[in-house]
Ligand binder design. Structure first.
Ligand code: ZN
Length: 326
């Protein structure tokens, strides 16, 4: 099976609009517009002839432009749920009818098309770019070191001294001189769209899809719980833990090498503060886990990156169908 890897805006957006036009009985689109002009879509899929009140609601998101297999995975998952087949035309074995009747899925396949459109690669397979080179593409080039520039939640080009030599693709431009990292600032299209959806209904599950390099690690995937996990309400906390462990077990059973422990994000200092501030209100009422799948390494080729994304989404949907929501 070789699933088309759809990750650039010119690939994803026409497909999303075509699905919405062909399946109005299943799809509703919400969108926000980025400063540079791209529309960011949330694709909500459910059987609209069944009232929403009894459905379990799942939100799948991704904030990072340098992590394209998240998008490719969600595009193929959408294809399976909407059309009953993968993007390569092969039949999907998901319980599609049951999903459409019982669940409401909102999927944001690409929350930063500004960054993604500036990416020099469609995917990162570890064959061309060292991790150093990959990282300065992500955050921009520091003129002092010619390596990776800073990681900020929000920053203004006019206030930087020295200024980065390039604008990293992880950043979203939100004003003439202003940039944000999407999952650390409420000014991002990512958070604006998530807040818009949360204003419409309560979501029981929020699966945030990411990729990381797993340097000096034998593993190639992991689940991370919210940094606020220890202080969350017990029902949310136990759901996060059990759900995360189910994803890890499914990856292991399918031949991947997950980090066995499911633990909260271990950031400290200012990065931790970005997360506490940005996520506090959401994670107290919505079960949320983050998945990280290896990027830019030949141990996990792009098709495998997509497959591991699919496993995580399947586990979530199967759990939601069993009624395991907090
Ligand atoms: Zn990420």
């Amino acid at each position: 099976m070789s699933i088309p890897f759809l990750a650039k805006p010119h690939q994803t957006q026409p497909r999303i609009l075509k699905w919405a036009a062909e399946h109005p009985e299943l799809i509703r689109l919400d969108s926000v517009r980025q400063y540079v002009g791209f529309d960011v879509y949330a694709v909500t899929v459910t059987d609209t002839s069944v009232p929403d009140e009894k459905k379990t609601c799942c939100l799948f998101t991704q904030p990072h432009a340098h992590e394209p297999a998240t998008t490719a995975g969600m595009m193929d998952f959408l294809s399976q749920v909407i059309e009953g087949r993968h993007l390569d035309g092969s039949p999907a074995d998901l319980p599609r009818e049951e999903i459409l009747r019982n669940l409401l899925l909102s999927i944001i396949p690409d929350a930063n098309p500004d960054g993604r459109s500036r990416s020099p690669e469609l995917y990162w397979d570890g064959s061309k770019w060292s991790n150093d080179e990959f990282w300065y593409t992500m955050r921009g080039i520091d003129p002092r070191t010619l390596k990776m520039w800073e990681r900020f939640d929000e920053w203004d080009l006019r206030e930087q001294s020295p200024r980065p030599l390039t604008i990293g693709i992880v950043y979203e431009q939100v004003g003439p001189f202003e940039y944000v990292e999407p999952n650390r600032s409420h000014r991002s299209a990512y958070f604006r769209l998530i807040h818009h959806l949360l204003g419409q209904r309560r979501y029981h599950y929020l699966l945030d899809l990411h990729q990381t390099e797993f340097e000096r690690s034998p593993h190639n995937c992991m689940v991370i719980l919210p940094i606020l996990q220890p202080e969350l309400p017990e029902a949310i906390r136990s759901t996060n833990q059990a759900w995360g462990e189910e994803i890890v077990a499914a990856w292991a059973a399918s031949g991947a090498s997950p980090v066995p422990e499911v633990a909260p994000l271990n950031y400290t200092g200012v990065q931790a503060e970005y997360f506490r501030r940005s996520w506090r209100d959401i994670v107290r009422v919505t079960s949320k886990v983050t998945v990280e799948i290896q990027n830019n390494n030949q141990r996990t080729p792009p098709q495998e990156q997509v497959r591991l994304m699919d496993v995580a989404m399947r586990v979530t949907v199967e759990r939601a169908l069993r009624g395991g929501a907090a």
